[in-house]
Design a protein around this ligand. Structure first.
Ligand SMILES: Nc1nc2c(c(=O)[nH]1)N[C@H]1C(S)=C(S)[C@@H](COP(=O)(O)OP(=O)(O)OC[C@H]3O[C@@H](n4cnc5c(=O)[nH]c(N)nc54)[C@H](O)[C@@H]3O)O[C@H]1N2
Ligand SMILES: Nc1nc2c(c(=O)[nH]1)N[C@H]1C(S)=C(S)[C@@H](COP(=O)(O)OP(=O)(O)OC[C@H]3O[C@@H](n4cnc5c(=O)[nH]c(N)nc54)[C@H](O)[C@@H]3O)O[C@H]1N2
Ligand SMILES: [Mo]
Length: 756
């Protein structure tokens, strides 16, 4: 293990003055509009708008300032006074802007006008909305619907998402991948198969009752900072928090709550994790197997008093095969594949054994692996052994990413037709929905390389920058007939375009959405399946912006034949009518949506697994025996490293706010490769040296990124880390979770090449 003394200094605890400074610096950097800080006070409160950052739950009794440093950054990013106008586009060709960084593209500010790509000048030029809708409709009508893709980044509201999915199906395809395909698709597939629920089983209140939290591969301090408050309270009342992560992330080690004046003044930190296990990337199957093995051994010693055998007999399948597998797995193999010691794992198992109520929390550290499914299946095994699913204070808790990514799936954005009530849609809208499977994100990329994708609509996001093997896909992108991007700010995906291309600017969630019936509310679903109304109050960034609902409806109307049951104009005029449609399609979850949407804390959509009703094939919850202990299928080799691609504290996905990863002590740069000092010495590297990373997937494709600075960092042997999205060209397209096709952005096989 690396020595810690000569690695970079992490600075103090997460939260604290650093996070407040972060907010004020952002206010200045974004040149936020007047009153922006006041707008932040309405964030995540009934009657206000719901944060555009992460999907963490919104409590019934919010704090005076129910937002975090990164939620504030996301809002201020939207409220910038900078504008990216037609004059800007007249000055810069598309080819020129391809050389710009992600930060510099978005730093141009909010898009103000609908734009059409003009090949002769290689520029975006302003156009009218109706002109754009008519041209898009004409192109789509001339395209085979099966070759069109409607992508969604997980931010658009339930209302927009429902209409977007309806548009796709009436047009004739299920090609509705969303950012979830790169994120928690592993969750949607694994939890559905194993416990019958595609989403987590916990609600916020469970964190007030649990005795132990096992936390795998989720960087709370950066990616869901409001979760630090329940973690802090849990830790203070004696709940044990055991963390498995190759990196000692601030926030998971200690926290100073910026909402508590005394703590701010004294600087006294709350320790968060009671045990921190720095396992190898891809080592979770082995680590959890070790935990299970220790629990099984204790059960045997105690004559069956430890495991909840009654629960297993009544509710589960597959336990005997799983137990046989765990007993047959040696501690030597577990230690090798996890990178942890037997003693460390057994100490963690003691916490599990002593706890009455356990929550398993996880993020991308489990989902973004070739065997991400098995990672989650092992966590389910661990929880099921003592009946920790379907009880208050216990459960499985995937921490979702985008603020409405879970909700988009709930209302029909799904490439898997079996997840959607197609018969109901057929009856509601009088059409024959397509029944064939649509494309996932990875399948869209494969289709692009093979020339099978002809049209792409992006409802937000930055598809071309977020995907793996980016450098291979960019050239293929241009063979498309039509590309449409609906966005708030300029990004790299807009610089690659089909033969006909439009860039359509939309309102942000904090802005007033005025339609003919008045100001409109939208709704979103958080990680805990609670639905919240969101009302924007800010003046729109430009008078030419349209809402996402209006843009989707505008395109649909020009594409589809008239149908009296499909009333795009009426729905745009009053989103309440869209909510009535959602309630009709999904009555059990969304009944009386219009009345319930402003309930404090949101209304609960319900979860059968929480009630121990298992909507699986067998009608029971499943134990599984994994075939592998390593989550990657590229074997270890001399000089081969497992690369983790990471988010900094100063970015939201491909949106790079700035260059300060305060919580990891990395300032002013993102072109880095983090590696432990011992590995540096072995490889003959020195701090500050420039190196290249070379893809090592052995698939005949050349992949490399040059000029990365070596930064000593406390990481396990054999692993290195660097930033997403800059390193995405190193991730092979076929390096994805086998079952869900979620790209495996962690444990990517690479070599280091030092310049001669
Ligand atoms: N500020 C901010 N907030 C965000 C985002 C953002 O970019 N910025 N993005 C949003 C989105 S879309 C998402 S999906 C979430 C993502 O939030 P997370 O799920 O936290 O995802 P990552 O930042 O990729 O971090 C994954 C963590 O897993 C660890 N890890 C890596 N490999 C392994 C492994 O093999 N095993 C284990 N146990 N751990 C591992 C890493 O060290 C890191 O701490 O955050 C959301 N919130
Ligand atoms: N290597 C690597 N790759 C990854 C990951 C990783 O951990 N490592 N993580 C993956 C994950 S978890 C995800 S979710 C994806 C993210 O993939 P995406 O969701 O596609 O990407 P974002 O960066 O969130 O999209 C940013 C853009 O969204 C637009 N936008 C912002 N707000 C709005 C809005 O209100 N409406 C509209 N229409 N547009 C808006 C802006 O124009 C902005 O440029 O990346 C994935 N890729
Ligand atoms: Mo995500």
């Amino acid at each position: 293990m690396a020595g810690q003394s000569d690695t970079v200094d992490y600075g103090g605890a997460s939260g604290g003055w650093g996070s407040l400074r972060g907010i004020f610096e952002t206010t200045a950097r974004e040149m936020a509009s007047p009153g922006a800080l006041n707008t932040l006070r309405k964030q995540n409160k009934a009657g206000g708008f719901m944060c555009v950052s992460c999907a963490w739950g919104k409590p019934k009794h919010p704090h005076a300032f129910e937002f975090c440093e990164n939620g504030a950054k996301a809002t201020l990013w939207e409220l910038t006074t900078r504008r990216c106008t037609p004059e800007f586009f007249a000055q810069h060709s598309v080819a020129e802007m391809r050389g710009w960084s992600d930060h510099d593209l978005e730093q141009q500010g909010r898009l103000t006008h609908p734009l059409r790509y003009e090949a002769a000048s290689d520029r975006y030029v302003p156009c009218g909305w109706q002109e754009a809708f008519s041209a898009i409709g004409a192109e789509l009508k001339a395209t085979d619907p099966k070759s069109a893709v409607f992508y969604a980044s997980g931010r658009a509201s339930l209302e927009t998402s429902y209409l977007y999915a309806l548009f796709a199906r009436v047009y004739g395809h299920n090609n509705l991948p969303d950012s979830s395909n790169m994120c928690h698709e592993t969750t949607s597939v694994a939890l559905k198969e194993l416990i019958g629920s595609p989403v987590g089983t916990c609600v916020l209140e469970d964190f007030e009752q649990c005795d132990a939290i096992f936390l795998f591969g989720q960087n709370t301090g950066t990616n869901s900072p409001r979760f630090l408050h329940p973690l802090q309270k849990a830790s203070e009342r004696g709940c044990r928090i055991v963390t498995f992560n190759p990196i000692q992330e601030k926030g998971l080690t200690s926290f100073i709550n910026p909402q508590r004046p005394v703590q701010m003044l004294t600087g006294r930190e709350t320790p968060i994790s009671s045990q921190y296990l720095q396992l190898r990337p891809g080592g979770d199957i082995a680590a959890i197997m070790g935990l299970c093995k220790a629990v099984l051994a204790e059960d045997a010693r105690s004559g069956g008093a430890v495991i909840d055998h009654a629960f297993i007999d009544q509710h589960c399948t597959g336990f005997d095969a799983f137990r046989a597998k765990a007993e047959a797995t040696s501690w030597a193999d577990i230690e090798r594949d996890s990178g942890l010691s037997q003693a460390g794992i057994e100490a963690a198992a003691q916490v599990y054994l002593r706890a009455e109520r356990v929550i398993g929390v996880y993020g991308m550290g489990l989902t973004q692996h070739v065997h991400g499914f098995e990672n989650i299946a092992m966590l389910v095994n661990l929880l099921l052994m003592r009946g920790h699913i379907g009880r208050p204070g216990a459960g499985i808790c995937p921490v979702r990413g985008h603020s409405n990514v879970q909700g988009q799936r709930s209302v029909g954005i799904a490439e898997k037709p079996e997840l959607v009530p197609l018969d109901k849609l057929a009856e509601q809208f009088g059409f024959q929905p397509p029944r064939d499977k649509g494309m996932t994100t990875v399948e869209v990329c494969e289709g692009l390389l093979e020339g099978r994708v002809q049209a792409f609509i992006g409802l937000g996001g930055n598809f071309l920058r977020a995907i793996p093997d980016q450098a291979r896909i960019e050239p293929a992108w241009q063979n498309m007939r039509l590309t449409v991007q609906i966005a708030t700010k300029l990004n790299r995906s807009h610089l690659f375009h089909g033969r006909v291309a439009y860039l359509l600017p939309c309102l942000g969630r904090s802005e007033e959405d005025l339609q003919s019936s008045g100001p409109q509310t939208v709704t979103i679903e958080d990680s805990f399946s609670h639905i919240h109304g969101s009302l924007g109050h800010r003046e729109p960034a430009s008078e030419h912006l349209k809402s996402e609902v209006a843009i989707v409806a505008g395109m649909a109307k020009e594409t589809l034949p008239p149908n009296p049951k499909v009333q795009w104009d009426e729905w745009t005029a009053d989103y309440g009518r869209v909510r009535d449609l959602i309630a009709e399609t999904y009555p059990e979850e969304f009944h009386r949506m219009n009345e319930r949407m402003f309930q404090p804390g949101g209304f609960y959509r319900g979860n059968k697994a929480r009630e121990r009703v298992w909507e699986t094939e067998s009608g029971k919850a499943s134990f599984t025996a994994p075939d592998t202990l390593a989550a990657t299928d590229v074997p270890d080799a001399e000089g081969r490293y497992r690369l983790i691609t990471l988010r900094s504290n100063d970015q939201f996905n491909t949106t790079v706010y700035g260059y300060s990863d305060r919580l990891r002590g990395i300032e002013g740069k993102r072109d880095v490769v983090l590696i432990n000092p011992e590995e540096m010495r072995r490889a003959g590297l020195v701090a500050g040296q420039r190196v290249s990373l070379i893809g090592d997937a052995q698939d005949g494709q050349a992949r490399r990124i040059d000029a990365l600075e070596v930064v000593p960092f406390d990481l396990p042997d054999g692993s290195i880390a660097g930033y997403y999205p800059e390193l995405n060209p190193l991730i092979p397209l076929q390096h994805h979770d086998r079952k869900s096709k979620t790209p495996a952005c962690k444990a990517v096989p690479v070599r280091i090449e030092a310049a001669a």
